[in-house]
Design a protein around this ligand. Structure first.
Ligand SMILES: Nc1ncnc2c1ncn2[C@@H]1O[C@H](COP(=O)(O)OP(=O)(O)OP(=O)(O)O)[C@@H](O)[C@H]1O
Length: 663
């Protein structure tokens, strides 16, 4: 079906070319950068397939494809005000010379044309004969590639995924309590004592009885601690239960496993024995990812996962389609615990399910009976959240010894730009602003950034050359340069190359050779680390596609380490490095710098963030919050005060229908 093609296109970078032979109205919006050539091609192709020639409808579909690329699930066409955000050129055409955008078509007429279109099914009921199950059914003459529900225009596949998520989440929220045969109160008292954190206890009591718990909170509020202790409560009161721990990326899964093992290590012997050694995996691997297909999994609605409890960490990064597949694959009576921080960036793919689940009006009454285990929701706000299964942890337990990182994160989250700038300007306790024009950065402005990058790079090389995989993996996490954009003056491509030059210059200076361009041919006498070969020891690498056989996933980072005369790539937990021969590696890139999106789910001792100019559409509150909360010791923000302010004052808006009830 044609929607398969559009979903693939929506996930790649926008095509910046001019759409050749586009109908006149689309050509004008294309020239203004509001839709790309790819958006136009998808719309016109679907128009040809369904016999729709009305350019206003094709424009709406092209804008929907563009909105998907920006992470929205749909186009909120019914609300004229929502369209304003789309009057900025798409990120894919940023920097190109764009024409003045034409006015939108007259609104009521536009909406009426979309609803009357043969391309568009109207309403949430399925009249096409589809079973409603993803991808099911033979293709029929009346298959409509788009759908209009509650003033929103969807491509059909995304509508189906949203409906699946809505139905399965609502079923979990409205289902009766699960039976807990054992002494739940006793287990809760032991693992979440009275003097502890009430909300953590409430979360555990909730997860014991309910089929969906959404456990949210900022950094250091004890999400991982609560999950690990909750597993002990479950094994004691409802056990033995079969548990799966998962996260959207391999890196986040490794962190979850490490953190959960640490908490379990501190439990009493009996609890520790019951929980065992937690193992975490990626959501894709849990579902039985089949290479070559992003939508086909071994576990689905017909082949449920065997687990009684599934815990997903870093849920903010789970896109709509993956959430739909996960929910389908769960047994209806399994407990699902979604853990995450909804204030972080959402996934690169469409959807912000965690944010939507937290922001919905309550779907069910707050569950009763939690009092019986001594965990009564005491505040009205909690009772309303509980109608959506949400328990928000609010007390920060991590001891930060005067660091200003968490207060800075709190001010960003609260949207308080004055306070954010005050903390950054003060430049104390691990927080710093380097005011600079990022398009014309002076060497002096970035001297400290360079020093940090070179120090971390040199340490990485030294450990890698010594064949010390654990030391090299630790060094990899010492400093990370992050950016919002991939391309342009404040983009990853430029800055990754810059850091590589700095590190190599530093290495040459240390080796006593004359500085040369990093790509220059290498003299045979040059140390291995300067050879310029893709398998240079000390090269930090980023995996860019999934490889189930090797066990590496898109986004995993590692480092090339000397292994006698040869080279091996080290990944994962420094205490238990995973070693892979270069010839077995999936495609990799050098990772001296990364997008904030890529860095999500990881932590680094020091973070430097280069902000784009204040006009960038990628500047957002979530971007700044995510970057700042990646730092353990210090964070340096490079950019203008105006860019900081714009970021703090602009939370991301991703259109989706999940927050509103079905009409
Ligand atoms: N109820 C509590 N009482 C005392 N200390 C706690 C409590 N809960 C958590 N902590 C401590 O607070 C710190 C942070 O906890 P944890 O790592 O579980 O938080 P988190 O929300 O998962 O953080 P992050 O998302 O940043 O990884 C840990 O050192 C943990 O031991």
């Amino acid at each position: 079906m044609s929607t398969v093609t559009t979903s693939t296109l929506a996930s790649v970078d926008g095509d910046v070319r001019t759409a050749v032979g586009a109908p006149p109205l689309l050509a004008r919006f294309n020239a203004a950068g509001l839709v790309t050539a790819t958006d136009v091609q998808v719309a016109t192709r679907l128009g040809t397939l369904t016999g729709e020639g009305d350019e206003r409808v094709l424009l709406a579909v092209a804008l929907t494809v563009r909105a998907l690329r920006g992470g929205s699930v749909c186009l909120h066409l019914g609300d004229e005000a929502e369209l304003e955000a789309l009057r900025l050129p798409d990120d894919a055409v940023l920097g190109e010379q764009a024409a003045e955008p034409p006015p939108w078509p007259e609104h009521p007429g536009w909406v009426a044309a979309v609803q009357a279109s043969p391309m568009v099914a109207v309403g949430s009921e399925d009249h096409s004969g589809h079973s409603g199950h993803h991808g099911a059914g033979p293709s029929q003459p009346d298959v409509r590639p788009a759908r209009w529900v509650n003033g929103r225009l969807y491509l059909d596949r995304y509508w189906r995924d949203e409906l699946t998520v809505r139905r399965l989440i609502d079923a979990r929220l409205t289902a009766p309590d699960l039976d807990v045969p054992g002494d739940a109160g006793g287990a809760l008292d032991r693992l979440f004592p009275e003097a502890g954190d009430d909300r953590q206890r409430l979360a555990a009591a909730h997860a014991l009885r309910r089929r969906l718990t959404v456990l949210t909170g900022g950094p250091g509020t004890g999400k991982t601690t609560t999950v690990a202790r909750l597993l002990a409560v479950l094994q004691d009161a409802a056990g033995p239960v079969r548990v799966a721990l998962a996260a959207p990326t391999g890196k986040a899964a490794a962190r979850l496993q490490e953190a959960a093992a640490e908490v379990v290590g501190f439990l009493e012997d009996s609890d520790r024995d019951r929980v065992g050694i937690p193992e975490a995996t990626t959501v894709h691997r849990l579902l039985g990812f089949k290479p070559g297909s992003s939508t086909r999994f071994a576990h689905d609605a017909a082949h449920h996962l065997p687990h009684d409890v599934v815990v997903v960490d870093e849920t903010s990064m789970v896109p709509l389609s993956l959430m739909a597949r996960l929910l389908e694959a769960l047994r209806p009576d399994a407990r699902l615990v979604l853990v995450g921080d909804p204030d972080q960036l959402a996934s690169v793919e469409a959807g912000a399910v965690l944010g939507d689940l937290v922001a919905r009006p309550p779907v069910a009454e707050a569950p009763v009976g939690l009092e019986t285990v001594g965990a009564a929701p005491e505040r009205g706000e909690t009772a309303a959240d509980l109608g959506n299964g949400v328990v928000r942890l609010t007390t920060v337990h991590r001891q930060e010894q005067g660091s200003e990182i968490l207060p800075l994160a709190a001010a960003i989250r609260a949207g308080d730009a004055d306070r954010v700038l005050e903390l950054l300007r003060a430049g104390r306790h691990g927080v710093e602003l380097v005011t600079a024009d990022v398009e014309h950065l002076e060497e002096q402005a970035i001297a400290d950034l360079r020093r940090d990058a070179v120090a971390a790079g040199e340490k990485l090389m030294a450990r890698a050359e010594a064949g010390d995989a654990a030391g090299a993996l630790n060094a990899l996490n010492e400093h990370r340069l992050m950016l919002a954009h991939r391309r342009g003056p404040a983009g990853v491509a430029r800055w990754a190359a810059q850091v590589e030059i700095w590190v190599q210059e530093g290495a040459r200076a240390a080796a006593g050779t004359m500085p040369t361009a990093p790509t220059a041919p290498t003299a045979p006498t040059m140390p291995a680390r300067l050879s310029g070969s893709p398998w240079t020891v000390g090269r930090p690498i980023l995996v860019t596609s999934n490889d189930k056989d090797v066990g590496l996933y898109n986004g995993d980072t590692g480092v090339l380490v000397a292994d006698g005369e040869s080279v091996v790539a080290a990944f994962g937990d420094p205490r238990r490095p995973m070693l892979v021969r270069p010839y077995r590696l999936p495609p990799v890139e050098t990772v001296h710098a990364m997008t904030v999106h890529r860095a999500q789910g990881s932590q680094f001792q020091r973070v430097s963030l280069i902000l784009p100019p204040a006009t960038s559409p990628l500047l957002s509150r979530e971007l700044l919050y995510t970057a700042v909360t990646r730092a353990q010791e210090s964070v340096r923000v490079v950019g203008s005060e105006e860019a900081v302010r714009v970021a703090v004052e602009h939370p991301v808006r991703r259109a989706s229908g999940l927050r509103v009830p079905l009409g």
